[in-house]
Design a protein around this ligand. Structure first.
Ligand code: ZN
Length: 506
């Protein structure tokens, strides 16, 4: 009885966080601009209520009563895992003074406007005071959260628990060693043609085709929908309502298509989590206070990257699905075949902007941000020296001279929210996607399914090994069970090397 009462309380925390997500989805898709100010207050109220309910005295006494009830059960049973996770989350939140949380929320609420103005004017000095405060506050937060090696470890904990500066360093070194020679070699080669991707693709037809492909990969529209937004995202309000969004550019067809496949990959993680976990902590991020089944941001990103890149940008996928693309866009694709289409959507072109980066250059944008955030956090890089450090890294990795801060250090929205430590998940997601796709392909049913444009076996494999477990196992436990080892960049590097050697002859 005690455990059930405790579980119902956790269900209420989950309800509040789902309500917050719905308000946020609405704000980013349907809300008229006039609603922004009051909506921000509503979101903040729900956030505070969820946190307060989680750490409330009577919640803690419910947990105190639940723990002895399940003490006789195995330590790895669902009930024991839930109790441990909630205990850990309560401890985490109580370590951080409420005053500091309030200050960060305040910084976040004013940050977006300051950042947007500074970016529009390409004026880093206008953003410097806000960023200086953000760095100082996060540094202070790291001390309260606690860490063993590096203060940045404490900041990453909220997004990628267990990841540290010490573990990322060798991972990044292996990625650079594997990917830089490839990038250098490609720079010497002729680019595939992309003119047909820049023709006029009407918005409605792009939406319909993207959704058709997403459904083909397993996205369930009975529990999902697609809407337009400015910065595309996926969000779930339990596994029974998992929505995706996209942005249409009418003269750049791959943007929305692969964006939709990406968000659909995220959506599959949520839609196919175990129904028994609905409203439980195994479908709630109690550290980040967010209703989500994925176990870490990196694990989530592994699913989006896998369906977008490993599947969606593969030669096999377009050999089998190009016909559908030409049916949808007969005029635009009249003079193109599957081969040319596949080459075009895989073109490599180093650029300044992370969100526009291709598959090969994307991780360099991430590695530079993680290194810079870690250096800002430990004080080895001063905020005033940030543009110089940023531009030097872009030159080193991509060979480009950053023309202005708008296309450099001011491009990302992340810091304006008061958050530091969010970036590593993108690259971890790519690495995990490589491992999981390699492991899935060893299953004969998955491989023969994909060879016939049937993606249900692949989706089912991912559900068995990843989706269904929700937050039951840690990211590394999940990865070891599914692929036999912890983070290993080798399959990802092999995937990139074999694809680009085919396309570019390098
Ligand atoms: Zn994503």
């Amino acid at each position: 009885m005690g455990y059930l009462a405790f579980l119902e309380r956790m269900g209420q925390v989950n309800d509040l966080l789902n309500a917050k997500s719905i308000l946020n989805w609405d704000a980013l898709t349907k809300m008229p601009p006039g609603g922004a100010e009051t909506r921000a207050k509503q979101l903040a109220t729900l956030s505070v209520m969820a946190r307060d309910l989680l750490v409330a005295d009577d919640t803690r006494s419910l947990l105190d009563k639940a723990e002895p009830e399940i003490a006789a059960k195995p330590a790895d049973c669902v009930e024991a895992v839930i109790c441990r996770q909630v205990r850990e989350a309560i401890d985490y939140h109580l370590r951080i003074p409420a005053e500091l949380v309030r200050k960060r929320a305040e910084l976040g609420s004013i940050g977006h406007e300051i950042w947007a103005h500074a970016r529009a004017a390409s004026d880093f000095s206008a953003y410097m005071p806000h960023l200086t405060k953000t760095v100082a506050l996060n540094r202070e937060m790291a001390e309260y959260i606690g860490y063993e090696g590096h203060p940045y470890d404490a900041l990453m904990f909220r997004f990628e628990p267990g990841e540290t500066v010490a573990t990322l360093k060798p991972l990044f070194a292996k990625l650079r060693d594997g990917m830089l020679p490839l990038l250098r070699a490609i720079a010497q080669k002729d680019a595939p043609r992309i003119d047909f991707l820049e023709r006029h693709y009407p918005a409605d037809q792009q939406l319909a085709f993207g959704l058709k492909m997403a459904e083909k990969l397993g996205y369930d529209l009975n529990r999902g929908r697609l809407d337009l937004t400015v910065h595309p995202f996926e969000v779930s309000f339990t596994r029974n309502d998992v929505r995706i969004t996209t942005r249409i550019v009418e003269d750049w067809m791959p943007g929305s298509l692969f964006g939709t496949l990406h968000e659909a990959g995220h959506a599959l993680y949520e839609q196919f989590s175990d129904p028994a976990y609905v409203r439980t902590p195994l479908a709630t991020d109690l550290i980040g206070l967010y209703a989500v089944s994925g176990v870490s941001f990196g694990a989530h990103e592994s699913q989006s990257r896998l369906f977008e890149n490993q599947v969606g940008r593969s030669r096999q996928f377009w050999e089998l699905n190009f016909g559908a693309a030409r049916d949808a866009f007969p005029d635009q694709l009249a003079d193109v075949d599957a081969e040319a289409f596949w080459r075009g959507v895989n073109r490599v072109k180093p650029g300044f902007i992370r969100v526009e980066a291709d598959e090969l250059t994307y991780d360099f944008h991430i590695m530079l941000r993680v290194d810079i955030e870690a250096a800002l956090t430990d004080g080895s890089l001063a905020v005033k020296d940030l543009p110089e450090a940023w531009n030097a890294k872009i030159k080193e990795y991509l060979g480009l001279d950053v023309p202005d801060d708008r296309r450099g250090v001011l491009q990302d929205v992340h810091w304006s929210s008061g958050q530091i430590g969010t970036f590593c998940n993108y690259t971890i997601g790519n690495v995990m996607a490589g491992q999981l796709f390699e492991a899935a392909n060893k299953d004969a049913g998955v491989a023969s399914g994909m060879a016939q444009a049937e993606y249900a076996p692949l989706r089912e494999w991912m559900t068995t090994h990843v989706h269904q477990h929700g937050r039951r196992f840690s990211r590394d436990e999940l990865l070891v069970k599914a692929s036999g080892r912890t983070l290993d960049p080798a399959p990802y590097i092999t995937h990139l090397t074999s694809k680009y050697s085919e396309i570019y002859g390098v």
